[in-house]
Design a protein around this ligand. Structure first.
Ligand code: BDP
Length: 726
């Protein structure tokens, strides 16, 4: 909060308010990981102060004034000193932030800038004629901004400045948040309040949040934002709304963030007055061309369109007997003259297609490989069903070598306990990115598909469905910020480990004290397995109560579309449980490379985490630990509950290291998480018992209520729901 209040003060209020609020020690979390409070370790502080006595910042572009502001806040706050900007000081002890071309001659020879690309940067300690400098340099302004944030991160994490030698180049080109924000400010699957986009007061009123949002994103390397829901409203493409979009684009531009919009396929009818949206119709083709031109006249660096078509009732080319390919190329053709991208979503499944939902995207898109225009990316969810606590990687990864496949992760926790549960998602992202597709032999990881290196792609991308809302701390749960942060870090470098990300985030957000960082990091890392255990153990999936997806609903079987019913996914019966996706079942496994297919098919090699995802097994099937499947299920549910109890204990012991406000907030949320973990265990085990007819394993705590009780629970106003869902 402190630095943003500083900003506000600068913009709106004046000195007095700043002084009075800056002395308030509680944090409401608004400042996110850009926490520039004074470094408490005296030795570190003194060392930094003597190393950085002045700052040389060359240039006056908009991005450079953003850099200046950030250094004033960051250095000023962390070192608690007045930041002195001055010319090059041969005497040293200076921070130099300058594009390579503008570097003082004597420093230039220390750098080789080849291959640094537009967004890359270097940070290096240089000794020159007995004087010492820390230099941040890049080819372009945006690289300098990224480098500045990294430099501040070094200070925030108390890193030594003596021998710094960092070269950073993003491995992925398009690093975007997807906001599922509606124009009325509700957010589909959003659990942290309403949308931060106040469309009503735009373009005239620029909320301070827009600026702080841009800072936060740029600080982790996010370079794009899709402002609107994939279930799109065509109005966003009207001049009235484009004016508002333009105002946001102007706020974001100095931070290197492009805006993208979701394009409703039927927009030519709804706002264009045409009778059809057929992608092969001449008027429709012209309409999209004109629309693209109109947008680029207003927003010259507009990123492009994201499209959800012929999926869950959205209009699309198939309404006219055309294909996804026709639809994507229609828009790509319109955007191409302006350098815009079409991000076409592969999340498609049809109520008219009786085959396993997990197979439909692959069947639809693989035959089109190589036929999309160069400015089309296909955006694929991490798994073939839908953002479950654990899913095997999507079979499309690696299967379309001629098409750039973009990763779609969900940062908001639609299926992971909303903003109430502490679940560190980078652990899930890491698992997916490090999965081996075997498409070009061993080591063909999903990360290599995504960064384009597996098949030499010209453009690459990663999208995260945002968890940001207008809650004071942006994400509802204070630990939800770590998921936003971690997504950005992984989009920049998909090979980072979840552990390193947790380490960084904790130090930036809370404290550098090892007695705090180590146990809490451990807790974050384990939190992902905990949620899998208490919600969807052993490969169970999509057994959430339908519509809102809050809590368990494995019994639901009355919805019109078969694949919207949990019973479709677990297939429990008196014989056993699980979805047979081997050759004897839906054969979805045939969509993977032979090595992967074999590994998942063979019960001896199939990891038990994925057992019921791929196999229907008898209740008395023997698990690796010698227990029956039925017992194993109960034990996993119990393990999940116990893990949350451990998290509570860990957090309780962290009281000395965290301000009371955030400590209490997280404690309350963990208590709810425990209640809900128990609810999941009891409801699911009671329900599955109606089929297994077996006793609960003795180590499992017995359910508190009856199955009828759990079935009777209703949550008509659960957040994040789209009104038209059942
Ligand atoms: C599902 C959500 C739904 C989204 C859909 C999508 O339940 O609200 O519209 O994904 O990604 O997870 O299009």
């Amino acid at each position: 909060m402190r630095q943003s209040i500083k900003l506000k003060v600068r913009y709106f209020f004046g000195f007095f308010l700043f002084v009075s609020i800056a002395s308030f020690s509680m944090s409401n979390g608004y400042e996110l990981w850009l926490n520039y409070t004074k470094i408490s370790d005296e030795a570190t502080l003194l060392k930094y102060r003597s190393t950085i006595q002045t700052v040389f910042l060359e240039g006056t572009s908009e991005t450079q004034s953003v850099i200046k502001n950030e250094l004033e806040m960051g250095l000023g706050g962390l070192l608690d000193t007045e930041v002195v900007f001055q010319g090059f000081n041969k005497g040293g002890n200076q921070l130099i932030v300058s594009k390579y071309n503008d570097l003082p001659q004597e420093l230039k020879s220390s750098f080789i800038m080849d291959g640094l690309s537009k967004e890359g940067y270097k940070i290096k300690t240089i000794e020159s004629n007995g004087a010492s400098f820390v230099v941040v340099t890049a080819n372009e302004d945006i690289g300098l901004l990224y480098g500045t944030y990294n430099f501040l991160r070094l200070l925030q994490t108390h890193s030594a400045l003596e021998n710094v030698d960092i070269t950073e180049i993003p491995k992925v080109d398009v690093r975007v948040l997807n906001h599922w924000d509606n124009l009325d400010r509700t957010i589909e699957r959003g659990f942290a309040g309403f949308s931060i986009w106040n469309w009503h007061t735009l373009p005239g009123y620029i909320d301070q949040r827009y600026i702080d949002y841009a800072r936060a994103n740029a600080s982790v390397g996010i370079n794009g934002t899709v402002l609107t829901n994939v279930n799109a409203n065509a109005l966003i493409l009207t001049p009235q709304y484009l004016e508002k979009v333009k105002a946001l684009a102007e706020v974001f531009r100095p931070y290197g963030i492009k805006v993208y919009l979701t394009a409703r396929f039927s927009a030519p009818i709804e706002i264009g007055g045409l009778e059809t949206a057929d992608p092969l119709d001449a008027d429709v083709i012209q309409w999209w061309k004109d629309k693209a031109k109109e947008i680029y006249t207003m927003i010259p660096d507009f990123g492009g369109f994201v499209v959800k078509a012929n999926s869950e009732g959205q209009p699309g080319p198939q309404n006219y007997g055309r294909s996804h390919l026709d639809g994507a190329n229609l828009m790509a053709n319109a955007l191409e003259p302006f350098g815009g991208l079409v991000i076409w979503r592969a999340f498609v499944y049809s109520e008219h297609d009786p085959t396993d939902r997990a197979k439909q995207a692959y069947s639809e898109f693989v035959p089109e490989d190589g036929k999309f225009m160069d400015n089309v990316l296909l955006q694929v969810k991490n798994g073939a069903i839908d953002f479950q606590p654990r899913e095997p990687f999507h079979p499309l990864f690696g299967a379309m070598p001629k098409t750039p496949l973009m990763m779609e992760f969900q940062i908001t926790k639609e299926y992971l306990g909303f903003a109430t549960h502490l679940v560190f998602l980078p652990k899930l992202y890491e698992e997916v990115l490090q999965s081996d597709t075997y498409r070009k032999g061993k080591g063909s990881t999903v990360a290599k598909v995504i960064d384009g290196s597996l098949n030499n792609k010209k453009v690459s991308g990663m999208a995260g469905v945002s968890n940001v809302g207008n809650d004071i701390n942006w994400t509802g749960h204070p630990f939800g910020q770590a998921d936003w942060y971690g997504f950005g870090r992984l989009a920049w470098n998909p090979y980072m480990t979840a552990e390193d990300i947790a380490d960084e985030w904790l130090r930036l957000t809370f404290s550098n004290d090892e007695k705090f960082v180590e146990p809490v990091k451990q807790m974050m890392i384990e939190s992902r397995e905990a949620v899998v255990n208490y919600m969807n153990p052993l490969g169970l999936h999509h057994i959430f109560d339908t519509g809102h997806h809050y809590g368990p609903g494995p019994w639901v079987g009355n919805l019109s579309r078969p694949e919207w019913n949990p019973v479709y996914y677990h297939k429990a019966d008196s014989e056993g449980v699980g979805f047979d996706r081997t050759k004897t079942g839906s054969n979805a496994l045939s969509q993977y490379a032979p090595e992967v297919e074999k590994m998942f098919t063979d019960l001896k090699t199939c990891p038990e985490e994925y057992l019921l995802w791929f196999h229907h097994l008898p209740w008395d099937y023997t698990l690796k630990n010698g227990r029956t499947l039925w017992d194993g299920l109960g034990l996993k549910y119990q393990e999940g509950v116990d893990e949350v109890r451990d998290m509570i204990k860990t957090w309780e012991a962290m009281k000395p290291y965290v301000d009371d406000a955030r400590h209490h907030q997280v404690s309350m949320l963990l208590d709810i998480q425990l209640e809900e973990a128990i609810w999941w265990k009891d409801a699911c085990m009671l329900y599955f018992q109606t089929f297994s007819k077996m006793e609960f394993p003795r180590e499992m705590e017995k359910p508190e209520h009856t199955l009828d009780y759990y079935k009777s629970l209703k949550f008509p106003f659960a957040p994040g729901i789209r009104p038209r869902w059942d």
